[in-house]
Design a protein around this ligand. Structure first.
Ligand SMILES: [Zn+2]
Length: 142
């Protein structure tokens, strides 16, 4: 048994995650407290992002973007970003013959819904080549 430094409860060892840096090889907070901490932080993080968006020009905010192929004048890829300006910066370093375009600015909450809409609308090659009905929910990226 081991006492959690957060809630003070004495709990069986399996209620603590492993941590090699600790003397007894276990974390000092029980799994329940760790989980609580994580979910609280997640909410705080999302709130922070929304505040960030509201206090900046919308181009810094979230939305749906596309890589416009300058040869075909069609979008080759459509994706979402929580910080469009950052995605644009990454894009400009990598792609020739493509232009990064913001298709729509929208709130973080609506990102995937709007992405699915535009993918259906434009059917970009790189979104649809593996799955013609691609409206998969991808892992949220920065
Ligand atoms: Zn605890």
């Amino acid at each position: 048994m081991k006492q959690c430094i957060e809630c003070g409860n004495v709990k069986p060892y399996e209620q603590f995650s492993k941590d090699k840096t600790k003397k007894d090889g276990l974390q000092s907070k029980c799994k329940q407290c760790k989980h609580h901490y994580y979910t609280q932080n997640k909410e705080r993080y999302i709130e922070y992002q929304i505040q960030f968006q509201q206090s900046h020009n919308h181009k810094w905010g979230s939305g749906v973007y596309g890589y416009l192929n300058l040869n075909t004048n069609q979008y080759d890829y459509i994706g979402t970003s929580k910080i469009l300006k950052y995605r644009q910066y990454q894009h400009n370093k990598k792609y020739n013959n493509h232009r990064f375009e913001i298709i729509e600015s929208c709130s973080i909450k609506n990102l995937f819904e709007r992405e699915a809409y535009w993918i259906k609308h434009y059917k970009p090659i790189n979104n649809t080549k593996h799955n013609p009905n691609n409206i998969e929910v991808r892992r949220q990226r920065v």
